[in-house]
Design a protein around this ligand. Structure first.
Ligand SMILES: [Zn+2]
Ligand SMILES: [Zn+2]
Length: 391
C-alpha cells in the first residue's frame, strides 16, 4: 500500500510499504477513505519531538471502512462499518479509561518503559506519533491497523460526508476539551492564542459553550478572517500589542479564560526577545519548547482565571513566571484529548447541524501529494489552514 513515511527532519515521502495485518485478536483493519495533516505532525516534520525512526508511518486523523476484524473485537465492529479513528489508542478497561481519562490509558503504550522514564508515567499509545507513545504506524496511508479496536473507534452514520466527521478524530474534540476545561461562564471573555485548526475549533466551541466574548490571536490574515467568521474579535500580534489589546477589550481586567492552541513552536520575532532566546536554546538543545504563549497568558490572565493548554509541549520550558502564576491564583488545565469522552455529544451536534467542522478545510488532495502538502501547510502557503488527503 501507499503511505506517508518519515525519513528524517523535513523528509516525508509517499512510499510503498507492506499492508498491515491483524496481529492481535483485538485488531481491526481499516481502509482509509480520508485522513488529514495535523499541526502536531509538523513538530515531527521538524524533528522537535524525540522518538521518530526512519520508516515510521505518519498520521493520526483518519477515518474509513472496516475491512477485517480480529476474533477478540467481540462484535463491537464488523466488516463494512464506517468509523472515525481517535488519535488516542484506548483499552476501555484500565483504571484511567474507566474514569474517562482516555489519553492517559495505562495499557496501550507498548513502549511504556520509554514514557515512564521521560514523563514519570506512561500515557496512551498514539497513532503515528513517535516511539514514546508506542511507535504505532499512523493513518496517512491506504490501510490502517487499529489495535484495541473493540474500544478504539467512533462509529459514524452513513449520509454525512467524511469532511464533516473526520475531525472527530482529533481537532474538534481537542478544541472542545480546551474550551470545556475553562468552565466558561456567560460573563467570560475567552482569549485564544493560535488560529490554526485547533484554535478554530476552540473558538467555535467557546461560543457554543456560551462565552460572552471570544478573542482570537494570530498573525495570518486567512486564519484571522476564519476566526472572525466564527464570531471572534481578532488581534494580529505582528501589528498590535496582545497584552494592551486584551486589556482594552476587557476594561483593564484581562480575560478570565486563556487557551493555548500554539504549543512548543511559538512564533519567533525580534520584537519579542524571549522568542529569540527560546529559539537559540532550542537549537542547542538547552530547552525543548518555546513557551512564549504560556508566559503571555500567565501575565495577562485575570486573577483567579483559568489557563487551558491544548497546544503540544514535549519537554522543558524555561522562564515560566511562577510568581505571577501563584500570586494571581491561576489554575492551569492541560492534556492530550480524551477523544472518546466527547464523542457522543459532538457527533450529535454535527448530526443536528449545530456545527459543521469542515469549514476549516482549505486543501483536499490525493495521498501521493502529501509530502508536498506538509511543506505548503508548514509555510502557510496558498492560504493553507487544513489539509485533507484522499488515499
Ligand atoms: Zn493532531
Ligand atoms: Zn485504558
Amino acid at each position: 500500500m501507499k503511505a506517508l513515511v518519515w525519513h528524517g527532519k523535513e523528509d516525508i515521502r509517499c512510499d510503498t510499504v507492506t499492508d498491515p495485518e491483524i496481529q492481535d485478536p483485538r485488531d481491526a483493519i481499516v481502509k482509509v477513505t480520508s485522513c488529514a495533516i495535523c499541526g502536531s505532525d509538523l513538530h515531527l516534520f521538524h524533528n522537535f519531538i524525540p522518538g521518530m525512526l526512519p520508516g515510521d508511518i505518519m498520521g493520526h486523523e483518519t477515518m474509513g471502512e472496516v475491512v477485517e476484524v480480529g476474533s477478540g473485537v467481540n462484535g463491537k465492529l464488523k466488516k463494512g462499518d464506517r468509523i472515525v479513528v481517535p488519535f488516542t489508542i484506548i483499552c476501555g478497561e484500565c483504571d484511567q479509561c474507566r474514569r474517562g481519562n482516555f489519553s492517559v490509558c495505562e495499557t496501550t503504550n507498548r513502549k511504556r518503559h520509554l514514557a515512564d522514564k521521560v514523563f514519570g508515567h506512561t500515557t496512551a499509545g498514539l497513532f503515528g506519533y513517535t516511539h514514546l507513545t508506542g511507535g504505532y504506524p499512523g493513518g496517512q496511508a491506504e490501510y490502517l491497523r487499529v489495535p484495541f479496536a473493540n474500544a478504539t473507534h467512533i462509529k459514524v452514520p452513513a449520509g454525512i460526508p467524511d469532511e464533516q466527521l473526520l475531525f472527530l478524530s482529533d481537532i474538534f474534540p481537542t478544541g472542545w476539551q480546551a474550551a470545556v476545561q475553562c468552565d466558561i461562564e456567560p460573563t467570560d471573555t475567552v482569549a485564544i492564542w493560535g488560529c490554526g485548526p485547533v484554535g478554530q475549533m476552540a473558538i467555535r466551541s467557546a461560543i457554543l459553550l456560551g462565552a460572552n466574548q471570544v478573542i482570537a490571536i494570530d498573525c495570518l490574515p486567512e486564519r484571522l478572517s476564519m476566526a472572525e467568521a466564527g464570531g471572534a474579535t481578532t488581534i494580529d500580534f505582528e501589528t498590535e500589542s496582545v497584552v494592551e489589546r486584551l486589556q482594552e477589550l476587557t476594561d483593564g481586567k484581562g480575560p478570565e479564560k486563556c487557551i493555548d492552541c500554539v504549543g512548543m513552536e511559538s512564533h519567533v520575532m525580534p520584537s519579542l526577545p524571549d522568542t529569540l532566546l527560546d529559539r537559540a536554546k532550542q537549537m542547542v538543545m538547552a530547552e525543548s519548547d518555546r513557551p512564549h504563549v504560556l508566559r503571555e497568558m500567565i501575565y495577562v490572565c485575570r486573577p483567579g482565571g483559568i489557563i487551558s493548554v491544548a497546544g503540544v509541549y514535549s519537554g522543558l520550558s524555561d522562564m515560566l513566571p511562577m510568581g505571577a502564576f501563584m500570586n494571581k491564583g491561576l489554575t492551569m488545565r492541560t492534556g492530550q484529548t480524551h477523544v472518546n469522552r466527547w464523542t457522543d455529544d459532538l457527533l450529535r451536534r454535527i448530526e443536528e447541524g449545530e456545527i459543521d467542522p469542515s469549514f476549516v478545510i482549505t486543501h483536499t488532495v490525493p495521498l501521493s501529494e502529501g509530502p508536498e502538502m506538509y511543506q505548503v501547510f508548514r509555510d502557510k502557503r496558498d492560504s493553507c489552514v487544513k489539509v485533507v488527503l484522499k488515499p
